[in-house]
Design a protein. Structure first.
Length: 432
């Protein structure tokens, strides 16, 4: 497979670490001088930019969390004047108070990093890349489109909502690469068979799947159902979007773009570094972000790092596939969902009791959210029309806040188990 940026992706470790140190020093200085949050945190830690003289000094810097980003809403985390920010995204999920800003240089960097990731997977300028994501304009879809355009491929963005239209585009445009979640790819393959079409007879040869974790069993299912090679890639909106890491043809870990991201793996309890190869929480420091530098951002993703050189020739470290998290966040159809988001939106609906249960399942390749909600005695004993109206209000609230429409089951008062708070509220039946 071609290496998009051979100079950067095959750099010797000594040169790479020197570049990382220089960029880390510049990032810390930028954050200290221009972001009040970091200025205060660094002062509290007793660290000034001049104290960062080695990569190991990263451990002296404060961590950043999603809560810090929401507390800085809307623009307090930006390190440049708003006039220099040319794009603003809110990471996928209910909590839209987290804002991510990009300068023109940030967008150029983003397209470069996605170009590396998709080239490692096998995308070339001869491909037709069908980018299929739902739930509105997610940052990931923008990033994948820009990266594919940077490579020179033909890009076809298609909404995930209309499956038959996706299949028509897939056939008529002779798409060779599919970009979506792994679950959606399975759903697409099975929909084609229901329509009497053989997925293996399309022009598809490659799938790039992100937005939700998937197991090796799921990879094999996708490859068998669609007759393609399936690769994994990782990114998150708070840090940049897709382009943090991705698999090469050997599928033995996701290559991290280390010249732009300094990665650590820490014990989620003690926050102390863990040895290479041991699982822990992924922590990312951006090294080239202009508009919104992040220091030691706790991603919540559980992974491990392999520092050994890959057979593909890239010298960057590889991270293992992310299949679990250190927090209670769920990813449903590419949307980040926290239990407290669900609880909050339900409590805003009049007639709903503060007792609920959410079941996440997978049906025909697609994630399903089943929500059982206790309703007040007055509503439950009322006419049927009142229950139907309540269901509609709850669905509308889920769609507005999460961008997801669940299957609802209204339950009579005291109809759900009264477990201690947080226990058995969320049941994830997916086999990721």
């Amino acid at each position: 497979m071609p290496i998009w940026n051979r100079r950067c992706e095959t750099m010797d470790r000594e040169g790479l670490e020197q570049l990382q140190l220089e960029r880390l020093q510049a990032t810390v200085n930028r954050a200290y001088r221009n972001v009040r949050f970091y200025h205060q945190r660094l002062e509290e830690a007793g660290v000034e930019p001049e104290d960062v003289v080695a990569l190991g000094d990263i451990e002296r810097l404060p961590f950043t969390t999603r809560h810090d980003l929401t507390a800085a809403y809307p623009y307090q985390m930006l390190s440049v004047p708003l006039r220099q920010i040319v794009r603003i995204h809110t990471p996928a999920g209910a909590d839209e108070s987290a804002v991510v800003g990009y300068t023109r240089n940030d967008l150029r960097t983003w397209s470069e990093l996605v170009a590396r990731v998709i080239s490692a997977a096998g995308v070339t300028r001869h491909d037709v890349v069908q980018v299929t994501f739902g739930n509105g304009p997610l940052a990931g879809a923008f990033g994948m489109c820009q990266g594919a355009e940077r490579v020179g491929a033909s890009v076809v963005p298609v909404s995930a909502e209309n499956v038959e239209r996706q299949i028509k585009v897939l056939r008529d445009f002779r798409s060779t690469v599919l970009v979506c979640t792994a679950g959606h790819a399975i759903h697409l393959a099975r929909a084609m068979r229901r329509l009497g079409l053989d997925p293996s007879e399309t022009s598809l040869r490659l799938g790039l799947f992100g937005g939700e974790p998937f197991s090796e069993d799921t990879r094999r299912t996708v490859e068998s159902e669609l007759g393609i090679s399936a690769t994994d890639n990782y990114g998150l909106g708070e840090v940049l979007g897709p382009g943090v890491s991705g698999e090469c043809e050997h599928k033995s870990g996701l290559h991290v773009n280390e010249d732009h991201f300094l990665v650590e793996v820490v014990d989620p309890g003690s926050l102390q570094p863990v040895p290479a190869g041991q699982q822990g929480e992924l922590v990312i420091t951006t090294l080239s972000r202009e508009g919104m530098p992040l220091l030691r951002y706790r991603t919540g993703a559980l992974t491990s790092i392999d520092p050994n050189r890959c057979s593909c020739g890239r010298t960057t470290v590889r991270m293992s596939k992310v299949a679990a998290r250190s927090d209670d966040m769920l990813t449903v159809r590419g949307v980040n969902v926290f239990p407290h988001d669900i609880e909050g939106l339900l409590l805003e609906v009049e007639g709903v009791e503060p007792h609920y249960q959410v079941i996440i399942d997978r049906n025909d390749g697609l994630d399903e959210m089943i929500v059982m909600v206790e309703v007040s005695k007055a509503i439950f004993s009322d006419r049927l029309g009142g229950l139907v109206e309540l269901e509609e209000r709850i669905r509308e609230r889920f769609q507005y806040v999460l961008g997801l429409t669940p299957h609802l089951k209204l339950v009579e008062p005291m109809g759900l188990d009264r477990s201690p708070r947080g226990q058995n509220r969320i049941i994830d039946r997916r086999r990721l």
